[in-house]
Design a protein around this ligand. Structure first.
Ligand code: NDP
Length: 405
C-alpha cells in the first residue's frame, strides 16, 4: 500500500491515475498535482464515476512544477514514496531536484528538454546518478511506451532470443482516425518539435543524421496494416546502444499519413512550428506555443477515435543457438477500447499504463536500486507479465523480417 504523487493531468496523467485506481492493492493514496487543478478534479470525478469500488483515495492540488521550493513543500506535506512525472519534459530536472531534497523516488516518461532549444538527450538526467545513489533513491527514466515498453522489449529480446542483437528497429504505427484535419496525439508542442527535427540513427558506432522524414519504408504492422513509416530520432536509441553494445545499427520508425505531413509542411513553411519568440502586439510569443493553443487538446480526441496503434521492436542478430535470428515483439492497442475503459485515446493509454507498471514494480521492490536508470537495465519479465495483466497484451512473431535493411 503506497502513497504517490502524479504530476500532470493531461492525456497521460488521466490514464496513470485511472490505472492506479484499478490497481488499488498497490496504490492506496494518490495526489494529482498539476498547473490547472480543474483538470485533475475532472479526472478524480471520473474515477469516482467509473471505478466506484476502488479503495485508492484520490486528492488534487495546484502546483507549478517549475518551482522547486513549491514542489519540496508539497512532497514534505504529502509524504509520497514516489513521484510519477507526466507533466512536460521541461519539468524533469526541477522535479528530480525536489525529489532529492524531499527524499522521494522518481519516474518519468520523457527525457529532459530545455524549453528554448529543440534538443533532447539523457545527459542532463544521467548527471543526477551519484546524487540519487548517495541519497538511496531511485529515478526511472522514460517509462512510457516509446521510450519505456520498447526498452523492455529490447531487454526481452536479449534475455530470451539473442546472444547478440546486431540490428534493432523500433516501429511505431498509429493507424487510428480521430476525424480532425490536423491534431497531435500527445502534447502538440513536444510532438511537433520531435518530428520537425533532423532524423538520426545509429550505424556502426556513429550517429548518422538525416533531414526530417528523409528515409521511409512501407512496413507491415501485424494485425493492423502496411503503412509508410519514417526514420526519426527517438530518445530510447541513446540508452539502448549503450546498454546493448553489440548493436551495429539502431533505427526508430513512425507512421504519418499524407494529410498530416501536408499540414505539417505548410505550418513549417509559414513559420508556425518555430520556437523562436516573436513580438506580437507587445508580447513575446513562440509560434509553436500559439499553435498548441489553437490545436485540439490530445485528450479531446479520445471520444470518437477508431483504429489501433501497433508499436514493437524488431531485433536481428545471433540467436541463442548461435544461428542468425530475427524476432519481433509488439503490442496492438485499440483506441475505442481504451476510451471505453479509461476515457482516453490509445496513445495516452500506451504511455500511461507502462508508467503505472514501472511505478508498481518500484514500489514492490521488484525494480528497485538507488541511482538513475533506464528501463532496459532491469529484468523485463515482470514488466511484460504486468503489461499482459494491465491492458497491453504483448505478442511475438519469429522468423519474419518486417523491417528491411
Ligand atoms: P499534456 O500536454 O496533455 O499534459 C501535460 C500536463 O502537464 C498538463 O496537465 C499540464 O498542465 C501539466 N503541466 C505542464 N507544465 C506544468 C508545470 N509547470 N507545472 C505543473 N503542471 C504542468 O501532455 P501528455 O499527457 O500528452 O504527455 C505527458 C508527458 O508524457 C509528456 O512529457 C510527453 O512527452 C510524455 N509522453 C511520453 C510518451 C512515451 O511513450 N514515452 C508518449 C506520449 C507522451 P496544463 O493542463 O495547465 O497545461
Amino acid at each position: 500500500m503506497s502513497k504517490v504523487i502524479i504530476i500532470g493531468a493531461g492525456g497521460v496523467g488521466n490514464v496513470v491515475a485511472k490505472k492506479c485506481a484499478q490497481n488499488d492493492e498497490v496504490f492506496s493514496e494518490v495526489l494529482i498535482a498539476t498547473r490547472t487543478v480543474s483538470k485533475a478534479d475532472k479526472i478524480v470525478a471520473e474515477i469516482h464515476e467509473h471505478f466506484p469500488n476502488s479503495r485508492a483515495v484520490f486528492s488534487t492540488r495546484a502546483v507549478d512544477a517549475d518551482n522547486v521550493p513549491a514542489l519540496v513543500e508539497l512532497f514534505r506535506e504529502f509524504q509520497p514514496e514516489l513521484v510519477i512525472n507526466v507533466a512536460l519534459p521541461y519539468q524533469d530536472l526541477t522535479i528530480m531536484d525536489a525529489c532529492l531534497e524531499a527524499g522521494v523516488h522518481y519516474l518519468d516518461t520523457a527525457n529532459y528538454e530545455p524549453r528554448d532549444v529543440a534538443k533532447f538527450e539523457y545527459s542532463w538526467q544521467w548527471a543526477y546518478r551519484e546524487r540519487f545513489e548517495q541519497a538511496g533513491l531511485m529515478a526511472l527514466l522514460g517509462c512510457g511506451f516509446d521510450p519505456g515498453a520498447t526498452n523492455v522489449f529490447t531487454a526481452y529480446h536479449a534475455k530470451h532470443h539473442f546472444q547478440a542483437i546486431e540490428y534493432l528497429d523500433i516501429v511505431d504505427c498509429n493507424n487510428g482516425n480521430h476525424g480532425k484535419a490536423f491534431a497531435t496525439n500527445f502534447n502538440p508542442e513536444i510532438n511537433i518539435r520531435e518530428i520537425t527535427a533532423n532524423g538520426r540513427y545509429w550505424d556502426n558506432g556513429n550517429w548518422v543524421e538525416t533531414r526530417p522524414l528523409e528515409i521511409s519504408q512501407d512496413i507491415y504492422y501485424p494485425k493492423v496494416q502496411t503503412r509508410t513509416s519514417y526514420v526519426l530520432y527517438h530518445e530510447e536509441l541513446e540508452s539502448l546502444v549503450i546498454n546493448f553494445p553489440t548493436i551495429k545499427r539502431a533505427r526508430f520508425w513512425m507512421t504519418f499519413g499524407e494529410s498530416y505531413i501536408r499540414h505539417l509542411n505548410v505550418l513549417e513553411g509559414i513559420g508556425m512550428t518555430s520556437i523562436e519568440p516573436i513580438n506580437f502586439r507587445g508580447q513575446q510569443i513562440a509560434p509553436l506555443e500559439f499553435l498548441k493553443a489553437v490545436l485540439p487538446a490530445p485528450e479531446s480526441l479520445a471520444e470518437n477515435y477508431t483504429g489501433q496503434t501497433c508499436i514493437g521492436v524488431q531485433a536481428k542478430g545471433i540467436g541463442k543457438d548461435g544461428q542468425p535470428n530475427v524476432h519481433f515483439v509488439y503490442n496492438v492497442c485499440d483506441h475505442a477500447a481504451t476510451y471505453k475503459e479509461v476515457q482516453a485515446q490509445g496513445v495516452s493509454y500506451t504511455t500511461g499504463v507502462p508508467a503505472m507498471i514501472g511505478a508498481m514494480l518500484m514500489l514492490q521492490g521488484i525494480w528497485q536500486k538507488p541511482g538513475v536508470y533506464n528501463v532496459e537495465e532491469f529484468d523485463p519479465d515482470p514488466f511484460i507479465d504486468a503489461m499482459n495483466r494491465w491492458g497491453l497484451p504483448v505478442d511475438q512473431l519469429g522468423g519474419i523480417e518486417l523491417v528491411r535493411d
